[in-house]
Design a protein around this ligand. Structure first.
Ligand code: NAD
Ligand code: TYD
Length: 349
């Protein structure tokens, strides 16, 4: 009977991890700890919130006393840590918020686990991280688990710091840890400030589609439910102290993805072919914009047998269908002031 603390479970990836663990492992009790920032939404978990093995706890991972008390009260067997500030553009606007949550918050959780687990046998601190810690690639090559860290945005630097703290707790205190570094995720429940849901929402409302720079930056896209499955596999079978890269060998230039999305949406919305693409607007580039990310997920595939389940075109269609059928969710999560905060950032070239 395991007690698992999942942090950030009301966010995009976290809600898929919570859903998977609650439904697949009725013998585990899943505690979802989330501060419910602009990015966290309990509507993301409506379908599991009545499950007998699910509990929600509202709280901030940087609140040391609260976190220590929570560990004391529940004696967790494992932590899957996803809570973070996650958007690069926001990290450029407000870097300290990222240092606070991603660095300090991770340190507080690590310390709570260390204090709570006098006997670390059978315990696990699973840290969910990003491929952005490796920096930016040229036109060739992939990030492997041996690639040196070279973070370039405040977001990736804060995630790199948190990864280093996790490794340091393993080496210094023998804390049982595992880290995974995943490529860009897409799918349902992603807050509409990231590329794909932002573009989908803007196409629906015939608003400009802001493509940064020339749109030739490359990202490697993975279906969020495949990421959740990878976390499940690594959580149960990953080797302690190891890092696993997660990715689907699925690289796309931003502009190509936006064109593909426009054509899918023209069809689904009954618009003339090319109508949505006319909304594409090239805007000032993101400061320090990383050129290309590409993950080599061979280790995860060969050691633990994981592979992605979905082709990109199919995943994109499913994602568009989900956003078109969940317009109330989109309206609810974007009803705050932050929408304006973003729209102010688009400087027309
Ligand atoms: P998200 O922004 O959608 O969700 C983050 C969640 O963390 C939200 O529910 C938010 O309320 C919660 N949170 C934020 N600050 C908190 C705090 N101080 N205390 C408690 N909860 C807090 O993020 P996401 O895209 O789901 O990413 C989840 C994790 O996966 C992050 O650690 C991120 O770095 C990592 N990751 C994301 C991607 C991606 O493509 N989105 C790829 C690789 C790794
Ligand atoms: P994003 O979804 O923010 O993820 P990340 O920066 O973590 O990779 O952005 C994905 C890519 O899309 C990135 O190269 C920046 C670009 N982008 C745009 O061109 N326009 C946008 O409005 C956004 C949000 C992103």
């Amino acid at each position: 009977m395991k007690k698992i603390l999942i942090t950030g479970g009301a966010g995009f990836i976290g809600c898929h991890v919570v859903r998977l663990f609650v439904s697949k492992y009725p013998e585990y009790t899943i505690f979802n700890l989330d501060a419910l920032t602009y990015a966290g939404n309990l509507e993301n978990l409506r379908d599991v919130d009545e499950a007998p093995n699910y509990r929600f706890v509202k709280g901030d991972i940087t609140d040391e006393t609260f976190i220590y008390d929570l560990f004391e009260e529940h004696q967790f067997d494992a932590v899957i840590h996803l809570a973070a500030e996650s958007h690069v553009d926001r990290s450029i606007m407000d870097p300290l918020a990222f240092v606070r949550t991603n660095v300090m918050g991770t340190a507080v959780l690590l310390n709570a686990a260390r204090r709570s687990w006098e006997r670390p046998e059978g315990k696990l601190f699973y840290h969910v991280s990003t491929d952005e810690v490796y920096g930016s690639l040229g036109s060739e090559g992939f990030f492997t688990e041996e690639t040196s860290y070279d973070p370039r945005s405040p977001y990736s630097a804060s995630k790199a710091s948190s990864d280093h703290l996790v490794s340091a707790y393993h080496h210094t205190y023998n804390l049982p840890v595992v880290i995974s570094n995943c490529s860009n995720n897409y799918g349902s429940y992603q807050f509409p400030e990231k590329l794909l849901p932002l573009m989908i929402n803007n196409i629906v409302h015939s608003k400009p589609l802001p493509v940064y720079g020339k749109g030739d930056n490359v990202r490697d896209w993975l279906w969020v439910e495949d990421h959740a499955r990878a976390i499940d596999v690594i959580f149960h079978n990953g080797r302690l102290g190891e890092t696993y890269n997660i990715g689907g060998f699925n690289e796309w230039k931003n502009i190509d993805i936006v064109y593909l999305l426009c054509s899918i949406m023209d069809r689904k919305l009954g618009r003339a072919e090319g109508e949505s693409a006319r909304l594409i607007t090239f805007v000032k580039d993101r400061a320090g914009h990383d050129k290309r990310y590409a993950i080599d997920a061979t280790k995860l595939n060969q050691e633990l047998g994981w592979q992605p389940s979905l082709q990109f075109q199919e995943g994109l269609e499913k994602t568009v269908d989900w956003y078109l059928s969940n317009t109330t969710w989109v309206e609810n999560v974007t009803s705050g002031a932050y929408t304006h905060f973003y729209e102010q950032q688009y400087v027309q070239r």
